[in-house]
Design a protein around this ligand. Structure first.
Ligand SMILES: Cc1cc2nc3c(=O)[nH]c(=O)nc-3n(C[C@H](O)[C@H](O)[C@H](O)COP(=O)(O)OP(=O)(O)OC[C@H]3O[C@@H](n4cnc5c(N)ncnc54)[C@H](O)[C@@H]3O)c2cc1C
Length: 288
């Protein structure tokens, strides 16, 4: 199915993502899951569909989300694609430097991206401190990229095979691929690569993919954001500490604090905050 909203979204200085096509709709996981219960499509309201979609995500009943897929064209620096290709549950086809002369596009970061090494995250950047050498390195990188491109072009013009002429291409060089995955694996990708621990450059791509997914599949994406991306899991230790804190804060004993919390939860209703979900929440609180 071709999409009407498949515009190129610019990323970094010369990159982009572009939705090529997708399969399925926001209701596909719900329709797929209904095979279990056999309820006719005409018997379901939109609200019931949303509630089931959210139930599936909440209970990690994830296989129905695998029935949606989306394909993107991605133009990104090789260093980004190298990280991207670690996601084995996606399928790729990348342009070949063996067949064709590659475009003369290189990633040159903005000066304010050229910051110092983070002290707390060993593989990260301290974005609050731009390096005093940012301008210097940016200029040198530009010169090196121009030189690499000139050498590449002269090797091609001298008749060298494409596959060997590209030998000194830096990881800043842009490459283009098509990538396809099901929605579950797109969510996995977004969760890992939008996170602050991922490198800035791939984060920009993951954010754009997330935006497209939320336009195409708003209810599924909302369920992912609520029950997966923005949810938290407590360790056994954390659970114990939270219980102590709750008892302390409310100055009530453990026999009636669940009743107290139950009252709060049941008084708090809202969009799709169903009785079932409230009951599940109370069960979690009881387990503290
Ligand atoms: C911040 C960050 C830093 C990283 N640093 C490094 C690094 O320094 N070096 C490095 O090499 N990698 C690094 N990675 C890559 C990382 O280890 C994963 O390979 C990558 O994030 C893909 O995740 P994934 O395996 O969940 O995804 P996918 O490969 O798409 O797999 C999706 C899911 O399928 C299942 N699956 C896939 N393959 C297998 C399998 N063989 N066995 C069992 N289950 C499988 C798992 O449930 C997995 O979560 C980093 C990733 C991040 C996000």
């Amino acid at each position: 199915m071709n999409c009407s909203n498949n515009k190129k979204i610019q990323i970094l200085d010369k990159g982009h993502i572009q939705l090529i096509n997708h399969m399925g709709s926001d209701w596909t996981p719900e329709e797929t899951a209904r095979i279990s219960t056999g309820l006719e499509e005409s018997e379901r309201t939109d609200s019931q569909r949303v509630v089931l979609t959210r139930y599936l995500m909440r209970h990690k009943h994830t296989s129905p989300f695998e029935f949606i897929s989306a394909t993107f064209e991605v133009k990104a620096p090789i260093m980004v694609l190298r990280q991207w290709h670690r996601h084995r549950m996606q399928s790729y086809n990348e342009e070949s430097g063996r067949y064709k002369q590659l475009e003369p596009d290189y990633y040159l970061p903005e000066e304010n991206r050229i910051c110092t090494q983070s002290k707390s995250n060993h593989q990260g950047t301290n974005f609050s401190e731009q390096s005093q050498f940012s301008e210097y390195y940016r200029n040198i990188w530009k010169v090196e990229q121009d030189q690499a491109e000139k050498l590449y072009e002269s090797a091609i013009n001298d008749g060298l095979a494409n596959e060997i002429a590209r030998i000194n291409m830096p990881v800043s060089h842009y490459s283009t691929m098509r990538v396809t995955a099901n929605l579950l694996n797109w969510f996995r990708f977004c969760q890992l690569r939008e996170d602050g621990h991922a490198q800035f450059e791939i984060r920009e791509y993951a954010k754009a993919i997330h935006t497209v997914l939320s336009e195409l599949f708003p209810e599924c994406t909302k369920a992912y954001e609520d029950y997966w991306l923005n949810s938290i899991t407590l360790s056994a230790k954390e659970r114990g500490e939270l219980k102590k804190l709750l008892l302390l804060t409310e100055s009530i004993d453990s026999t009636n604090y669940v009743n107290y919390l139950e009252k709060i939860v049941n008084n708090n209703t809202g969009d799709h905050w169903t009785k079932r979900e409230r009951t599940e929440f109370i069960e979690k609180l009881k387990a503290l």
